[in-house]
Design a protein around this ligand. Structure first.
Ligand code: ZN
Length: 162
């Protein structure tokens, strides 16, 4: 069973490595990520969040089907930013308003190594951008002001001490 890695583990702040082999092991890993995502009631999960520093994430956003993104590249983002509340499975109990592009185009590979391009907006775009950040070792607390981040991490520190 995959365990969720929470804030403080260096894997969350490390740039993940590209996938080089598309094999059964990779497909099984992706399947397991969906199991974990469902168990944790999330809508997106990146491999570093289960301790695997690889460029893989999965999404299962409302109104969309489950999707696998391997070695993704965000090739376009819309200039207008949208602010919306986000949570992260690696920061249990913390939610912040985060500004992100409202729409994007992403290129990635599926678990069989087949390339695809996807245009997304709304919640799906937000989830993709949040999960993509995880692959670069960036966290949603890096997307808010330093003061708010400091307060948030203090709050988180209190949460974990309890
Ligand atoms: Zn997250």
């Amino acid at each position: 069973m995959q365990q969720i890695v929470t804030y403080g583990d260096p894997v969350l702040e490390t740039r993940a490595e590209p996938v080089t082999e598309f094999n059964e092991e990779l497909a099984a890993f992706c399947e397991e990520m969906f199991v974990t995502l469902k168990r944790e009631r999330g809508i997106g999960l990146a491999a570093p969040q289960v301790g695997v520093s690889k460029r893989v994430f999965v999404t299962d956003a409302d109104g969309d089907r489950p999707r696998i993104f391997i070695n993704p590249e965000i090739v376009m983002t819309s200039p207008e930013l949208v602010e919306y509340e986000e949570g992260c499975l690696s920061f249990p109990g913390l939610y912040f308003m985060v500004k992100r592009s409202g729409a994007l185009r992403v290129q990635a590979f599926n678990e069989k190594g087949r390339p695809f391009t996807l245009e997304a907006e709304g919640m799906l775009a937000r989830v993709i951008l949040h999960e993509y950040d995880h692959l670069d070792g960036k966290l949603f607390v890096d997307r808010i002001s330093p003061l708010r981040k400091q307060r948030a991490l203090l709050h988180y520190g209190r949460l974990v001490k309890m």
